[in-house]
Design a binder for this molecule. Structure first.
Ligand SMILES: [Fe+2]
Length: 180
């Protein structure tokens, strides 16, 4: 993880949403379903603020293609959201996505939101040789992947997002209190 001169963690870069996001994904920590094909992949990590403090209760909403590069735009196949726990940890079980035209990199889309604006971004994979040919690939968004027994993969990625401060957190009540 990179740090700035002030020793704060660099915020996770945001990226385009793309055309395949759908609201109301299921709340589930595994996107695996009976009969699903592809390489099983577990991604774990933490949601942190820029000072490295864990953010509990952050929502992480994932969507991705299947192992042939198709997105389900009718149902919720390979869509789901989880919440970070008391220590900011999250985990999601899924499969390694395929590439699809015009993309060159395997990627998983995600929206992360704490007491913050939503951070829309994409995750890439350290073992995907073609990732560097992709126009959107950023090293800062790379999941560090390792091979596991049985052909499974495991990856880690920490998100760093900026929470809304007390001062910025305008509610109708607080705004009314300020302007009177
Ligand atoms: Fe995509």
């Amino acid at each position: 993880m990179t740090t700035t001169e002030t020793q704060e963690l660099a915020l996770t870069p945001t990226q385009i949403e793309g055309p395949y996001y759908k609201v109301c994904s299921p709340h589930r920590s595994s996107l695996l379903e009976p009969g699903i094909s592809g390489t099983p992949l577990e991604i774990t990590g933490q949601v942190l603020n820029e000072k490295g403090k864990p953010i509990p209760g952050a929502a992480l909403d994932f969507w991705q293609s299947d192992d042939k590069g198709n997105y389900d735009m009718v149902g919720d196949f390979l869509r789901g959201h989880v919440f970070s726990d008391d220590n900011g940890h999250y985990s999601i079980e899924t499969i390694m996505p395929a590439c699809y035209e015009p993309r060159q990199a395997r990627h998983i889309h995600v929206k992360v939101q704490g007491v913050s604006r939503p951070y829309t971004t994409q995750l890439y994979f350290s073992d995907d040789e073609d990732r560097v040919k992709d126009n959107f690939y950023q090293k800062e968004l790379e999941v560090q992947v390792s091979d596991q027994p049985g052909g499974r993969k495991r990856g880690t990625f920490n998100f760093v997002i900026r929470q809304v401060t007390e001062q910025e957190n305008v509610t109708p009540e607080s705004l009314a209190a300020r302007v009177k």
